[in-house]
Design a protein around this ligand. Structure first.
Ligand code: ADP
Ligand code: MG
Length: 402
């Protein structure tokens, strides 16, 4: 892929338009050299035909030509390639220049060259446009390869999503059979089993329960990308207060506390996704506490006109710098299952949910002191204000009031 931007054929085309062969020859002699491909046209009509075949860095147009003159040619060129806007340099006799100049510029001329032509001036002017064209072409090529890569990545993502979705879906039934029969044996035939066999069967039941949880979580993660976004007006304060209330039993158990900043704003987002994000972050803040230190969680925010960043800060065990990115990936965990049960999917869900609402999640942390997870979300302030003023939900169709 042309990532370096270096192209083998970096020649750019220049269009020379003059009805007189000797003039074309003169232009050609001055401009000949590597880097430029000179295309000659002996009339306006022929010039227009050339424009259909290729893109030119610049067109040199003789003003005085029979049939359609340079100005008319320029006007027709503008009509045809409005999007490309090939730069035009008019070539005209100095004596008639004054009356022409303004008309030429209004037709899109970018410059004039007066006869008799000074070779250095002509060369310098054409080089400027050739260089500009090369740069633009490079940028366009890079853009195109970026677009291509984005398309490929998106397709790969979709594939992966539907793959994990169908795999985890298909794994459920056989797993249920394994877990079910192991459970039956370990209960119904418990007395017939030796101590060792009982122990092994308990392990099977436990492991299959855990696998079931992993599959459910993976399904939940894969399902995220398949659902349509439902945007609503959501008060972050109410949403997070509800999450904290639901966590009351765990708070009581650990002696922990969650404090909310009263200025948590209203955003416009999917309530389910927002719920996922903050349930996971606050849940983690309680789970990954330091032994003997009751978890203190504070939820604060910085509010801009068009965005809000919510910080969930804890006083827990912290996360070493080298793991601060990894933990957002599916199934990546830093603690053992026995000390801190979990499947390692929560932060992946939080990050994906935020991304689906054009937001993002990241962490800053000091080991042994605590972590701060930040969530930035767009607020779409303008639309929210308009909607509030008109008494409707944001993004719903505006109803014309009579
Ligand atoms: N607040 C936190 N403090 C310290 N470590 C954390 C915190 N939140 C997450 N982690 C680390 O990131 C890992 C991934 O978290 P998560 O995706 O929620 O999965 P899970 O909690 O199921 O392990 C956790 O196992 C833990 O090691
Ligand atoms: Mg978690």
């Amino acid at each position: 892929m042309g990532w370096t931007g270096l192209e083998t054929d970096d020649r750019v085309s220049v269009l020379l338009v003059d009805d007189q062969d000797e003039n074309l020859l003169a232009l050609e002699t001055v401009l000949a050299g590597p880097g430029l491909k000179l295309v000659k046209a002996s009339s306006g009509i022929q010039a227009l035909k050339c424009l259909l075949d290729e893109d030119f860095a610049v067109a040199l147009l003789d003003v005085r030509m029979p049939d359609i003159d340079g100005f008319e040619t320029a006007a027709l060129m503008r009509e045809r390639d409005r999007s490309r806007n090939t730069p035009i340099i008019f070539i005209t006799a100095l004596s008639t220049a004054e009356t022409h100049v303004s008309r030429g510029y209004s037709l899109g001329a970018v410059d004039y060259i007066f006869k008799p032509i000074v070779p250095e001036v002509l060369r310098a002017k054409v080089q400027v446009f050739a260089e500009l064209f090369r740069k633009t072409r490079q940028v366009e090529r890079l853009n195109e390869s970026l677009r291509q890569r984005t398309r490929e990545l998106e397709a790969a993502n979709r594939d992966l999503e539907s793959f994990s979705y169908s795999v985890s879906h298909d794994l459920r039934a056989p797993l249920r059979a394994i877990a079910g029969f192991a459970d039956i044996i370990s209960r119904r035939y418990r007395d017939a089993l030796s101590e060792e066999a009982r122990h092994y069967f308990d392990n099977i039941v436990e492991a299959s329960e855990r696998m079931g949880q992993l599959i459910e979580d993976l399904l939940a993660y894969a399902r995220l990308g398949r659902q349509a976004l439902r945007r609503r007006r959501v008060s972050l304060y109410e949403l997070i207060a509800q999450i904290a209330a639901d966590l009351a039993p765990r708070l009581a158990e650990t002696g922990g506390q969650v404090s909310l900043s009263p200025n948590l704003p209203t955003v416009h987002g999917d309530p389910t996704l927002l719920g996922e994000i903050f349930t996971n972050l606050i849940g983690n803040a309680l789970t990954y506490s330091r032994p003997g230190v009751p978890p203190q969680v504070s939820v604060t925010c910085e509010v801009g006109l068009d965005w809000v960043t919510v910080q969930v800060r804890d006083n827990g065990i912290g996360i070493p710098p080298e793991h601060q990115e990894r933990i957002f990936e599916v199934f990546q965990r830093l603690q053992s299952e026995s000390s801190h049960p979990g499947t390692g999917i929560g932060l992946a869900i939080a990050r994906k949910s935020a991304a689906m609402m054009d937001g993002r999640v990241w962490v800053q942390s000091v080991v042994g002191e605590g972590s701060t997870f930040s969530v930035t979300l767009p607020r779409h302030a303008r639309e929210m204000i308009l909607a509030a003023r008109e008494g409707r939900e944001p993004w719903t169709d505006r109803v014309a009031s009579s």
